[in-house]
Design a protein around this ligand. Structure first.
Ligand code: HEC
Ligand code: HEC
Ligand code: HEC
Ligand code: HEC
Ligand code: HEC
Length: 189
């Protein structure tokens, strides 16, 4: 009796248990990788702001709104004031502009959902890359054609490194660009 119970556990239950554990590890592993990869992420935003309209059709310079790109680590998203430079007049009766005006009047930041992000333990600096002549497009895709922002390239460690190792090939429009750093301390300081 005892022997056959042990036999049953080893023969039937144990393989099932091992299978379940392995399967759940695999699923968790790939799910967390997909989450880190982030490609295709395109959350609905609190105001239906279109880059295609503003940066594409109206040709407003990226830097008019993203004032940090040449100056600091962060590109920065503009405060409602920047929008109100035009929307205190333009389209002010439209529902989305009424929403915008309400944030502005109540002096509240617009709760834009962040799309691109590297973890806190990674050092990334916009101004360094942009001042070398790397176009926004090389990392963010063709934003001027996007109604809603979507992440098109991954920002995993291997993605950073694959450009750093072969910068000239990845950035054919720049002449004699040097490779980026590969030493750990450059990005983890
Ligand atoms: C009129 C202001 C304005 C202009 C011009 C503008 N942007 Fe934006 N940008 C915003 C706002 C507001 C957001 C946040 C809302 C959103 O994601 O749509 C944003 C978000 C982004 C994001 C995503 C940020 C994140 O959360 O990861 C990227 C990338 C971006 N802009 C790139 C560009 C590029 C490239 C250009 C020029 C081709 C540009 N923007 C021009 C206002 C602007
Ligand atoms: C340089 C002027 C300018 C700036 C700055 C600007 N906009 Fe606009 N925006 C316009 C104009 C003009 C239109 C109407 C364009 C059209 O419909 O042809 C418009 C249209 C819009 C619309 C569509 C309104 C509708 O018809 O329903 C939204 C939403 C909007 N803007 C949000 C924003 C937000 C949010 C910001 C700040 C991040 C911003 N805009 C900054 C000029 C501007
Ligand atoms: C070399 C790649 C690269 C280039 C070039 C680049 N970006 Fe980014 N961008 C990133 C990364 C990586 C993040 C996430 C940064 C973080 O989490 O700190 C990001 C985040 C952003 C954000 C979110 C807010 C912020 O400050 O982090 C905006 C807006 C943005 N980029 C706009 C731009 C614009 C506009 C340009 C061109 C003038 C540009 N980027 C050029 C890689 C790049
Ligand atoms: C499209 C190409 C490209 C991508 C993508 C890219 N880089 Fe770079 N990066 C470069 C080049 C080219 C250099 C420096 C070349 C030189 O020194 O002239 C550089 C330099 C750097 C430096 C050294 C300068 C500084 O800021 O201290 C750091 C750190 C860095 N990159 C971090 C990152 C991180 C983190 C990512 C990914 C989130 C990333 N880069 C993605 C091209 C890229
Ligand atoms: C060009 C920038 C860059 C360089 C150089 C770099 N890393 Fe990273 N590293 C990143 C980015 C971005 C992430 C976060 C995204 C990810 O996990 O892929 C990361 C994540 C990590 C993680 C966490 C991985 C995880 O599973 O969460 C470790 C550990 C790490 N790096 C170690 C290293 C070591 C060791 C070196 C040197 C051999 C190194 N890194 C060099 C950009 C870099």
């Amino acid at each position: 009796m005892k022997k056959s119970l042990l036999d049953y556990i080893l023969r039937v239950r144990l393989p099932i248990t091992i299978f379940v554990i392995l399967a759940s590890f695999t699923v968790t592993y790939f799910a967390s990788r997909a989450e880190r990869d982030n490609v295709g992420y395109s959350p609905v935003q609190p105001i239906n702001f279109s880059h295609k309209l503003h940066a594409g059709e109206m040709k407003i310079d990226c830097e008019y709104c993203h004032t940090g790109v040449e100056l600091s680590r962060h590109a920065m998203v503009p405060p409602p004031q920047t929008c109100m430079n035009c929307h205190s007049i333009a389209r002010k009766d439209k529902p989305e502009i009424i929403k915008l005006t309400t944030y502005y009047k109540e002096d509240k930041p617009i709760p834009w959902v962040r799309v691109h992000r590297v973890p806190d333990f990674v050092y990334f600096n916009h101004s360094v890359h942009v001042n070398m002549g790397i176009k926004c497009e090389s990392c963010h895709g063709n934003v001027a054609q996007m109604d809603r922002i979507v992440q098109v390239h991954s920002f995993t460690m291997s993605a950073c490194l694959s450009c750093h190792r072969n910068a000239q090939k990845n950035l054919p429009y720049l002449k004699n660009i040097k490779n980026g750093p590969e030493n750990c301390y450059a990005c983890h300081r």
